[in-house]
Design a binder for this molecule. Structure first.
Ligand code: AMP
Length: 290
């Protein structure tokens, strides 16, 4: 596995791999502090790609709180070992000045409702500008045929899909399921900042999503009633969500009823750590054959 720091080195290595027969190049963008969630994206990329590139870059432009950027875990040596064991071919780990050199003046802004809801309130409107800008730069730098993203960041996934479609970037965006710990908590680089008692309380987040799924399976389709189920579970753990939303899974517009696919999305602070999680709700098929 190679670790490269510059776009030029990255391009040279990708070009050499293509010349050597790698037909399909997959990109896994990350901010490091790797866990099984990231590794599952690598596994998905490797199933398709002759060359798997992972970027490790704590992107300053998508952080709206300086304290969150400062506290973000950084562990490049451990990450490189994990990436290599997972079968990554190239790690691209640039300095901020490589992606945002002196005089950098361009922002990729995805407008419309996708970027004005859910995470926009808690993380500020600049968050998705930072995401869209860095992901477009990474896709162009790698010349990737496909890029792999986690469903855990469902809104990010939709924003990236919109951006790639609108700019005509010839990369397929592949969604991968959320990886959880055995107790249900979604893997996140931020979990290491939870104290033991906070981690125990945080389990109410996946439990509240399970409560919603269970109620839906029993026939409750009204958002308001499903919202109440989840809110009760969260409140019992002393968690007041920043948002607990039932939105159309494609447009993110609020829905009053689960009819077509609906995203139930939660953001909540547990102690000082902001966590997000979601589940995709679809109606159980009535009268199915099996
Ligand atoms: P991050 O390093 O947090 O920016 O995440 C990099 C990529 O990993 C994003 O596409 C995330 O959606 C994805 N990811 C993060 N956590 C998980 C998880 N628990 N399961 C699956 N994918 C994840």
């Amino acid at each position: 596995m190679k670790i490269v720091r510059t776009v030029q080195e990255l391009r040279e290595n990708v070009r050499a791999a293509r010349a050597g027969g790698a037909e399909h190049v997959g990109l896994v963008p990350t901010m490091g502090a790797l866990h099984e969630g990231h590794i599952s994206l690598v596994a998905a990329a490797r199933r398709r790609s002759g060359l798997t590139v992972m970027s490790i870059f704590v992107n300053p432009t998508q952080f709206t709180e300086a304290s969150d950027l400062d506290a973000y875990p950084r562990q490049e040596a451990a990450d490189a070992a994990l990436a290599e064991a997972a079968g990554v071919d190239i790690v691209f780990a640039p300095e901020a000045s490589e992606l945002y050199p002196e005089g950098f003046a361009t922002t990729v802004h995805v407008g419309g409702p996708l970027t004005q809801t859910l995470e926009a309130a808690g993380r500020g409107p600049a968050h998705f500008d930072g995401v869209a800008t860095v992901v477009s730069k990474l896709l162009l730098a790698v010349g990737a045929d496909a890029a792999y993203f986690g469903q855990k960041d469902a809104q990010q996934l939709l924003v990236v899909r919109r951006m790639v479609a609108d700019l005509g970037i010839p990369a397929e965006i592949v969604a991968c399921p959320t990886v959880r710990d055995a107790d249900g908590l979604a893997k996140s680089s931020r979990n290491v900042r939870l104290r033991d008692d906070e981690r125990a309380r945080a389990l109410a987040i996946p439990r509240s999503l399970e409560a919603v799924e269970a109620a839906l399976a029993l026939g409750e389709t009204r958002s308001e009633a499903l919202h109440a189920r989840a809110a009760t579970v969260l409140a019992a753990a002393g968690i007041e969500p920043e948002y607990l939303a039932f939105v159309d899974a494609s447009s993110l517009a609020p829905v009053t009823e689960v009819a077509s696919p609906v995203l139930c999305a939660i953001a909540a602070r547990v102690g000082t750590v902001r966590l997000i999680d979601n589940t995709l709700l679809t109606l159980p098929r009535a009268g199915g054959e099996n």
